[in-house]
Design a protein around this ligand. Structure first.
Ligand SMILES: C[S@@+](CC[C@H](N)C(=O)[O-])C[C@H]1O[C@@H](n2cnc3c(N)ncnc32)[C@H](O)[C@@H]1O
Length: 275
C-alpha cells in the first residue's frame, strides 16, 4: 500500500440517539486512536506542524487574534491532537501545554515535537476532568478539539473556568450549530436541511458487528452555547463566523467551497472569565 493510503473505514450505522458522557468517551478515545494516522496524513500539511488554524476555512490565529497576547502566558489547549496550535503559541513565547483523550494523537504530537524542536508538554486526559490546579492558566483554547465530543458540556466549561485565572480567556472553534440541520456532505446533498436545528440528539456511529457506539458528536444551538458559557461564569467577547475564501477549494469532510459560500461551517467563540 502506498504511503498515506489508508484502508476504507469499517462500515458503521449512523444514528441520532441519546449518549451519556461515559459512552461518549469510551467511543471517542479509541475512535481517534484508529483515525489519528489518517487524520494527520490528510490534514497535517494544511494545519502546519507549528501552525494555528481555527477550522477548514483556513482562518489562522495570526489573522483572527482571538486568544489575545500569548507571550509570557500560561496556555492550555484542550483536544490538542498533534499540538500544532500549541506549538504556534510556544513559538510566540506562550507556555502552552496540550491535553487530549487519544494516545495516538499524542504520539503524533511527540513526533512533531521531535521534528520541529518545539516541544509541547502534553497529557492524556479528558476535557471533563482537567488534571490541573485551580487558576493555573491565562488562556484555555480548543480548535475543533474536545468540546463537541463531550456530553457533559457544563462540566467541561466548569473545568475550563476552574483552571483559568480570573479574567482569563476561553476560546474555541466548533462546527457551526446551523450545520447540524444538514447532511455532513460537501456536495449538493449537503445544501438541503434535513433535521431540525433544535434537535440536540447526538450524532452517533454504531459498529454493526458489536452494536457498540463507535463515535459521537454532540450538538448544541447557539442559544445553548450562550447560556452554558454564562452559567459557567464567562462573558462572551466575540463570535466569529469565518467566510469561505474565494480562492480556497480544499474539501475537509463536509466542508467545501460549495457549502462555504452559502452557510457558515465554523463558529469561533471567545469568552472571558468574570473576575
Ligand atoms: C478534530 S480533532 C482536533 C485536534 C486539533 N485541535 C487539530 O486542530 O488538529 C479533535 C481532538 O479532540 C480530541 N478529543 C475528543 N474528545 C475529547 C475529550 N473528551 N477530551 C479531550 N480531548 C478529546 C480527539 O482525540 C482529537 O484529537
Amino acid at each position: 500500500m502506498a504511503e498515506h493510503e489508508f484502508p476504507p473505514p469499517a462500515p458503521v450505522v449512523v444514528e441520532r440517539r441519546a449518549v451519556d458522557e461515559d459512552e461518549s468517551r469510551r467511543a471517542n478515545g479509541p475512535d481517534w486512536d484508529r483515525y489519528a494516522d489518517e487524520y494527520q496524513a490528510t490534514h497535517g500539511a494544511f494545519l502546519g506542524d507549528a501552525g494555528f488554524v481555527w477550522g477548514p476555512e483556513g482562518l489562522t490565529e495570526d489573522e483572527a487574534g482571538v486568544l489575545g497576547e500569548v507571550a509570557g502566558r500560561d496556555v492550555l489547549e484542550v483536544g490538542s491532537g498533534a499540538g500544532q496550535c500549541s506549538r504556534w503559541v510556544r513559538s510566540r513565547g506562550g507556555r502552552a501545554v496540550g491535553l487530549d483523550l487519544s494516545h495516538r494523537q499524542l504520539q503524533h504530537s511527540r513526533r512533531l515535537d521531535e521534528s520541529t524542536g518545539v516541544v509541547v508538554p502534553s497529557v492524556r486526559a479528558t476535557a471533563t476532568a482537567l488534571p490541573f490546579a485551580d487558576a493555573s492558566f491565562d488562556v484555555v483554547f480548543c480548535s475543533f478539539g474536545a468540546l463537541q465530543f463531550v456530553a457533559d458540556l457544563d462540566v467541561a466549561l466548569a473545568e475550563a473556568a476552574r483552571v483559568l485565572r480570573p479574567g482569563g480567556r476561553l476560546a474555541f472553534s466548533i462546527t457551526h450549530p446551523t450545520r447540524w440541520m444538514f447532511l455532513d456532505d460537501p456536495g449538493p446533498e449537503g445544501l438541503t436541511a434535513v433535521s431540525s436545528y433544535w434537535d440536540r440528539t447526538p450524532y452517533v456511529e454504531v459498529d454493526p458487528a458489536t452494536g457498540e457506539v463507535a463515535y459521537v458528536e454532540h450538538h448544541r444551538t447557539l442559544g445553548d452555547w450562550v447560556a452554558l458559557l454564562h452559567a459557567a461564569g464567562f462573558v462572551i467577547t466575540d463570535l466569529l463566523e469565518p467566510r469561505w475564501p474565494e480562492d480556497h477549494d480544499r474539501v475537509w469532510g463536509g466542508w467545501s467551497q460549495l457549502r462555504g459560500r452559502l452557510t457558515p461551517g465554523t463558529a469561533i467563540f471567545a469568552a472571558d472569565l468574570r473576575g
